[in-house]
Ligand binder design. Structure first.
Ligand SMILES: [Zn+2]
Length: 341
């Protein structure tokens, strides 16, 4: 028995007013044929040497016992279920609607009723799969008020994007693993995707940059890293570039431009689809240093208003491109003779 606190009050055990202790006790009991151990809270009357519980304690002790059972059986606890629901910002009754369950099911699961395994599996899937949440939401669209539907969609989409970004980031980092200890091609920087995103947004948000499509962006990223290497002896981002037909292209660029913090718009062009990079609401670049920004400004001054074919043409005349075999990774040592300074 552990004493939590003491307060003078009417003792419901002996029906006299005296100092009553609030105590915790380790309890052992059997629930659904399973022995469980949990901590229960009681009042203690030292005059009668007896513990007793009020209504609230009885309720909380019952939940504590059932949570001990849930943990032992590998089921979600009531607070874990509440946390999943809170993550999606959805009400208890709307979550029941979403899952096609009886209207009070979630309310019961978040308190005294232990969920069955099938429902537990569904709640776990919901926790780990915001895409599924969005699908269910769309299927049941007419069941919700327009405002709730919009709110849930927004929350679900944000969670889905976070998940997607985590997946993309680990896919990108795995493609860079082999270059980790090769400063000649990383420019002496360990790849930071936060820095890359800030660089792309810095360009896309500049009024001095026009027609920022993929090919132009890739070249402008390379010029920034190469110029930084030339000026300061290290790249900005840690990106590794290959020499492709139209010049330098970072490894895993398809995944990089797919990150949700970058805004990109598909535009139908005569010869296929173009991807144009758009300004973002966020105009802060916490991952860029002043030195980095000066480099980016120099690149913007030189190439911001230049056409895609002109920047490709310029890249083709750089030693970095001429000296690198097609498809090979570009060495930063060639930055010494870069046309920018
Ligand atoms: Zn008493």
């Amino acid at each position: 028995m552990k004493i939590l606190s003491t307060a003078k009050m009417l003792c419901l055990c002996c029906m006299e007013e005296h100092a009553v202790q609030t105590v915790t006790v380790r309890e052992h009991s059997i629930f659904k044929s399973v022995p469980v151990e949990y901590t229960a809270e009681y009042f203690y009357c030292d005059q009668a040497d007896e513990t007793y519980a009020d209504e609230q304690q009885i309720s909380l002790n019952d939940i504590a016992m059932k949570n001990a059972y849930r943990e032992k059986m590998g089921l979600l606890t009531s607070s874990q279920i509440a946390a999943i629901r809170a993550k999606y910002g959805i009400s208890q009754s709307d979550l029941c609607l979403l899952l096609g369950w009886g209207g009070k099911t979630i309310t019961r699961y978040e308190s005294h009723q232990v969920q069955d395994i099938a429902h537990d599996t569904i709640l776990r899937k919901l926790d780990s799969d915001p895409e599924w949440f969005l699908q269910l939401l769309n299927t049941g669209k007419t069941s919700f008020s327009a405002a709730s539907y919009a709110k849930y969609t927004e929350t679900g989409t944000a969670l889905f994007e976070q998940d997607h970004d985590l997946y993309l980031k680990s896919a990108i980092m795995s493609k860079y693993a082999r270059f980790l200890h090769n400063p000649g091609v990383t420019g002496g920087k360990v790849l930071s995707l936060d820095v890359v995103v800030d660089m792309i947004r810095y360009y896309a948000n500049s009024s001095m940059v026009t027609g920022l499509f993929r090919v132009k962006l890739m070249k402008m990223l390379w010029y920034a890293d190469a110029l930084s290497y030339k000026r300061h002896g290290h790249a900005i981002s840690g990106l590794v570039y290959r020499a492709l037909l139209m010049g330098a292209v970072p490894i895993a660029y398809e995944s990089i431009v797919d990150l949700s913090t970058i805004r990109c718009e598909e535009i139908e062009m005569g010869d296929g689809t173009g991807y144009k990079f758009l300004p973002t609401e966020d105009k802060e670049y916490p991952h860029l240093t002043q030195e980095d920004k000066e480099i980016l400004d120099t690149v913007i001054q030189r190439f911001g208003k230049v056409s895609k074919s002109a920047i490709v043409e310029t890249m083709h005349q750089e030693d970095a491109y001429i000296e690198t075999a097609p498809q090979d990774v570009i060495q930063f040592k060639y930055a010494q003779t870069l046309s920018l300074s």
